[in-house]
Design a protein around this ligand. Structure first.
Ligand SMILES: Nc1nc2c(ncn2[C@@H]2O[C@H](COP(=O)(O)OP(=O)(O)OP(=O)(O)O)[C@@H](O)[C@H]2O)c(=O)[nH]1
Ligand SMILES: [Zn+2]
Length: 299
C-alpha cells in the first residue's frame, strides 16, 4: 500500500480531508480506532501520513502525524504561518486592549503575528503613527490599508502570499472586505460546512483551510469574547514579549510587575521604554484572568 503525506485542510464527522502537495483532489481519510484510543489527536493544519486504501476513491487511513510547529487551541488549528490581528482605524475604533489580547493568543501559541488596520481612508489624525510607535519597536509589523479604496492591499498581499494564515479581530473591521480585496476567489461563507439538523439548516463552524492567494486561510476567525478563557497570570505575563528585557531589574523573581517595590518593568514603563498602553493592557488582562478563575472556582 502506498504511503503518502498530506496536510489536513478540514476535519468533519470523523473524516479528515488531506491535501497532498502537487495534487488538486483531496484524500478522505480516517484514523484507526486503535490510534484514537492512544489519544492520537489530529487538527486542521497538521501534516499527516496515511496509507492509500483506494486510489480511485482517494481514500486512506491515517498512520501518523508530524510534530507541530505551533498550535492554536480555539479555534483548533496547527502549523499556522501567520496570525493576522485585524482592526479598523475607525468604525469600530481601534482598541489597544483587544489588539494586545489577540497578539497574546498568537504569542502563546508561538504563531508569528502581524497587525492589520483597515479603513485607513477613515483614520483619525495620528492614530496610525501611534499604533506603529507602540508595536513596531517590539517586532510586530503594522500594515494599513483601505479594502474599499484599494490602498495598501498590494503590500499586504505580498506579505501573505503562500502562507497559511488566520485572521482574528472584532466584527465590522472589514475582515471579509480585506480578504476579498486580496483574493476575490475565496468566499469564507460558502466554505462553511452546513448540515441539516432538526429545525432546518444548522450551520456549524469547523476550522478549515481554504485556498487563498497561493496559500491557505483559516475560515474561522471565531475568537469572540472567550479570548482569555483558560489563561493563567503567568501566561498573560509571558505573552508580553517586551517585558523580559527588563526583568533583570526586578528585585523579586518571579515578579508580577504590579505591587512589587523594585521592578524593572515598572521602571521601563515610567521611562517610556515599555509603552503605557501595553502595560495597561497587561494589568487589565491580569484582572480579567483572575476574575475568570474565581468564577471557575465557584462552579
Ligand atoms: N471606510 C471604509 N469602510 C470599509 C472598508 N472596508 C470595509 N468597510 C466597510 O466596513 C463594513 C464591514 O465590512 P465587512 O467586510 O462586511 O466586514 P464584516 O463582514 O461586517 O465584519 P468582519 O468580516 O467580521 O470584519 C462594511 O460596511 C464595509 O463596507 C474600508 O476600507 N473603508
Ligand atoms: Zn517586576
Amino acid at each position: 500500500m502506498a504511503e503518502l503525506q498530506g496536510r489536513v485542510l478540514k476535519n468533519y464527522n470523523g473524516y479528515y480531508y488531506l491535501k497532498v502537495e502537487g495534487e488538486s483532489e483531496l484524500y478522505t481519510c480516517k484514523v484507526k480506532g486503535k490510534m484514537k484510543k492512544n489519544r492520537f489527536s489530529l487538527a486542521t493544519g497538521d501534516i499527516a501520513g496515511f496509507e492509500v486504501s483506494s486510489s480511485e476513491k482517494r481514500e486512506g487511513m491515517i498512520t501518523g502525524v508530524l510534530p507541530r510547529r505551533n498550535f492554536l487551541p480555539r479555534p483548533t488549528l496547527a502549523n499556522l504561518d501567520l496570525f493576522v490581528a485585524a482592526f479598523a482605524c475607525a468604525a469600530p475604533d481601534f482598541s489597544f486592549l483587544l489588539a494586545d489580547k489577540l497578539l497574546a493568543l498568537a504569542e502563546l501559541a508561538k504563531i508569528p503575528a502581524i497587525l492589520v488596520l483597515n479603513k485607513e481612508d477613515n483614520a483619525p489624525a495620528g492614530l496610525i503613527e501611534q499604533v506603529k510607535a507602540v508595536y513596531e519597536p517590539i517586532g510586530y509589523e503594522v500594515y494599513t490599508l483601505s479594502a474599499q479604496n484599494g490602498t495598501g492591499v498590494e503590500a499586504l498581499r505580498e506579505r501573505l502570499r503562500g502562507k497559511i494564515c488566520a485572521f482574528g479581530g472584532p466584527s465590522g473591521v472589514g475582515k471579509s472586505s480585506t480578504i476579498n480585496a486580496i483574493d476575490s476567489s475565496v468566499d469564507l461563507r460558502t466554505g462553511e460546512v452546513s448540515e441539516k439538523i432538526g429545525r432546518g439548516k444548522h450551520t456549524t463552524r469547523y476550522a478549515q483551510l481554504l485556498p487563498f492567494d497561493e496559500g491557505y486561510i483559516a475560515d474561522t476567525p471565531g475568537f469572540g469574547n472567550l479570548l482569555l478563557e483558560g489563561l493563567t497570570a503567568e501566561m498573560v505575563l509571558a505573552s508580553f514579549r517586551e517585558f523580559a528585557d527588563y526583568e533583570a531589574g526586578c528585585r523579586f523573581c518571579p515578579c508580577t510587575h504590579t505591587h512589587e517595590p523594585v521592578c524593572g518593568v515598572k521602571d521601563a514603563v515610567a521611562a517610556g521604554k515599555i509603552s503605557a498602553s501595553r502595560y495597561e493592557s497587561y494589568l487589565t488582562m491580569l484582572a480579567e484572568v483572575k476574575l475568570l478563575q474565581e468564577k471557575e472556582g465557584r462552579k
